[in-house]
Design a protein around this ligand. Sequence first.
Ligand code: NAP
Length: 263
Amino acid sequence: MDLQLEGRRAFVSGSTQGIGYAVAAGLAAEGAEVVLNGRDEARVEAAVERLAAAVPGAAVSGLAADFASPAAVQALLARLGEVDILVNNVGVFGLAEFERVPDEEWQRYLEVNLMSAVRLSRALLGGMLARGWGRVVFVGSESGVDVPGDMLPYGVSKAAALALANGLAKLTRGTGVTVTTVLGGPTWSDGVAGTVGQIAEARGVGSDELRAALVAGRPTSLVQRFLDPAEIAHLAVYLASPLSSATNGAAVRADGGVLTTLV
Ligand SMILES: NC(=O)c1ccc[n+]([C@@H]2O[C@H](COP(=O)([O-])OP(=O)(O)OC[C@H]3O[C@@H](n4cnc5c(N)ncnc54)[C@H](OP(=O)(O)O)[C@@H]3O)[C@@H](O)[C@H]2O)c1
């Protein structure tokens, strides 16, 4: 299948590793020009080199910016230029005991997980609408639908991002622009692997043991394993392509079946 991405220009927020990198690699493999992002210049440069080596001939570059800082996002937007495809992937997550989470931490979740997408979409959607074609793809989470009690700042920020994507789609009426969400399930990304490793060390258990316990702790999962970042990326790349033109405003699941509702 030709996903018709040749020559399209894409920006993927938070793409030095994990799901964002997998989405960027998938877009590049389909012929799109890709701009990577992360907080740190050296890590962004390393990811650009890794992707250029993995996809020979790929047009890939990078822009460092911390989405927790509005000024840094402003500076990034001044350098980015127009894109055909915006992937709102960047996100922070972690266990959080509600009564112990201070305002500043809530603010960080909202800045990175929600306001990143607000600021990028506000700057880039208008150009897509004026040119008559574009794709905004959010990397969402089942935690935004079934909010975990021990990850409230994460789940609430992802719920708000779901609402943002659905509302933004209403601004695209009658155009070739779409706004969609990939509703991802538990995925063995670099970030999750690192966090699980740290928790395992703190608890004095093996990382594999904790990984198995986490899978067992999600009995509704139909796949009964962590997903691979590429499994989220495949759906995101399809949604970023012209072939997904009938899907707009929707949150499409790549959750391994953890959500149990009919729709
Ligand atoms: N993993 C899961 O189980 C899962 C499930 C559903 C949805 N998701 C969603 O998928 C997205 C990616 O998650 P992941 O698991 O792939 O994460 P990850 O492995 O931790 O990767 C996060 C990426 O974001 C970048 N990043 C983090 N904070 C940033 C900031 N403030 N500014 C700019 N870049 C930043 C990191 O780059 P640097 O460290 O180089 O700055 C890294 O490239 C998130 O939106 C998450 O909610 C994840």
